[in-house]
Design a protein around this ligand. Structure first.
Ligand SMILES: [Zn+2]
Length: 481
């Protein structure tokens, strides 16, 4: 069999793979791999490019000695600005289907979405064809790419998700102006929204993350828990974002153990043996992905047991709506080395350490939510999230709890709760009734409760639906039938 080259190899690393070339390559791999591979469409991008998932599994293979892990790996949500994740997944696909990693199919089923933002790849951008950052869009799902990724998590029900990113070491308009570059080699974070079941959060933070960091370090790259982008020497240090806006947290709420990978990119102005140093960047991603799969293999039993434990849980009562980063009480400062742009020497900088997490705004879970106005807007939102609801065909008398909100032009201020109003009321015909189920019970309150930082009401398009200082049209049904 002739070796199938990745588009990057074909171009001798002198330019990135284009979205069309990626499609061609995935088709060629699928054809060559026969029954081990399926190429499935997840829909189309804003500019009409196909979004592909490559499913790799050995369904006819010998009896597996243990349950296979279903692993969804997503590359280059941030388009050509973070191209290496995609290139590494193209490499992985070939190694698993035709190369020296075929034995991984004894332990894993892979769903690979290498090119999660094909428009961004073609536009040389981190955004999609509508100029939106799709990794901030998992609450609204306003974009086809974020909707497709969310739907893929539902469709494939992965045990584990990897979301591969890169970060520029030179932030020209921020930290670069202060004369510094960031200096890290590999970072990992995990889904950290507080509504994600405790067994998963504990497994991710105390077992999985340390194992990943260890595995990557032993292969020679420095690794650490993710620190949110450093754009100023005076900023607070935290881990990654905690809301459902991020894919990582949405996938976590959908039930997957979820890992973020980030490797660095050198300044675009430098001279490198390969296009924008993609050769070295690919190596770093590849090293981290291999470590990730090694660790999953080693932790398979604990991981399966953690997920089984969660499937037996009903959503936590009360459910935490929010979490914030706060100062580490025992060590309020952290020293992080940054590289000086002029001398290229490392310099220790002292930052305020706000990596402690405080969970707040606990909500006793209602039996259901009722939406009495703007029902078309919400029906469409629920359809995008695949959240089942019912449209009332006749009035329904129920006890309803509703918040009275400040309202106004600024979304966060509009969500300020002035009071909570409880009353037995008749819900009109046409209202939406949305029951809390095992699968939506953690997500729905986060999306609908204006106190939640993940709420749709934190976006101007929904905040303007709030009537000033009146009971909200979204209510909680708290009585039982
Ligand atoms: Zn990114």
């Amino acid at each position: 069999m002739t070796e199938i080259m990745t588009p990057l190899e074909h171009h001798r690393f002198q330019r990135y793979s284009s979205s069309d070339e990626i499609t061609g390559y995935l088709r060629a791999l699928t054809a060559a791999a026969g029954p081990y591979a399926r190429l499935e469409s997840l829909g189309r991008s804003a500019h009409g490019r196909e979004l592909w998932a490559l499913v790799c599994e050995d369904s006819n293979g010998r009896q597996a000695h243990r349950r296979k892990l279903r692993v969804l790996m997503v590359g280059s949500q941030h388009g050509a600005s973070e191209a290496a994740g995609c290139e590494a997944l193209l490499h992985l696909a070939r190694a698993v289907l035709l190369g020296d990693l075929q034995s991984l199919l004894d332990d894993f089923e892979f769903m690979l979405i290498p090119n999660a933002n094909p428009d961004g790849r073609e536009r040389d951008s981190n955004r999609n064809g509508n100029d939106i950052n799709i990794n901030r869009d998992f609450v609204l799902l306003s974009q086809p790419e974020s909707s497709a990724l969310d739907a893929a998590v539902l469709r494939y029900a992965p045990d584990v998700v990897l979301d591969a990113h890169e970060s520029a070491s030179l932030k020209r308009d921020t930290l670069g102006r202060e004369g510094y570059l960031t200096d890290f080699e590999a970072q990992f974070d995990v889904a950290s929204n507080p509504a994600i079941p405790a067994p998963v959060r504990i497994f991710q933070e105390t077992i999985l993350l340390p194992a990943l960091i260890n595995a990557v370090e032993s292969s020679g790259l420095r690794a650490q828990r993710y620190i949110r982008e450093i754009t100023s020497t005076r900023q607070l240090i935290t881990h990654g974002g905690l809301t459902v806006r991020k894919f990582r947290n949405k996938a976590g709420l959908r039930g997957a153990i979820t890992v973020l990978l980030e490797t660095p990119m050198e300044p675009g102005s430098g001279t490198y043996p390969t296009f924008r140093n993609i050769g070295v960047r690919l190596e770093k991603q590849w090293c981290c992905m291999q470590a990730f799969l090694d660790v999953l293999g080693a932790l398979q039993e604990t991981l399966v047991e953690t997920l089984a434990q969660v499937s037996r849980l009903t959503p936590q009562i009360p459910l935490p709506l929010n979490a914030s980063y706060v100062v580490q009480a025992d060590s309020p400062q952290v020293i992080i080395a940054l590289r000086r742009r002029d001398t290229f020497l490392l310099e220790p900088i002292t930052f305020a350490d706000h990596r402690a997490v405080q969970v707040h705004d606990y909500l006793p879970l209602p039996g259901a939510y009722a939406i009495t106005a703007h029902t078309g807007v919400f029906a469409s939102l629920f359809a995008r999230h695949q959240i089942p609801f019912e449209i009332l065909q006749e009035p329904l008398v129920r006890r309803v709890e509703r918040e009275i909100l400040e309202g106004g032009h600024l979304a966060d201020a509009a969500c300020e709760v002035l009071d909570t109003h409880t009353q037995v009321t008749s819900l009109p015909v046409g209202s939406l009734c949305v029951p809390l189920t095992q699968t939506t019970g953690r997500l729905l309150p986060l999306l609908l409760d204006p106190r939640s930082q993940s709420s749709v009401f934190r976006y101007p398009s929904f905040a303007r639906l709030i009537e000033r200082q009146q009971p909200l049209f979204v209510g909680r049904l708290t009585d039982r039938d």
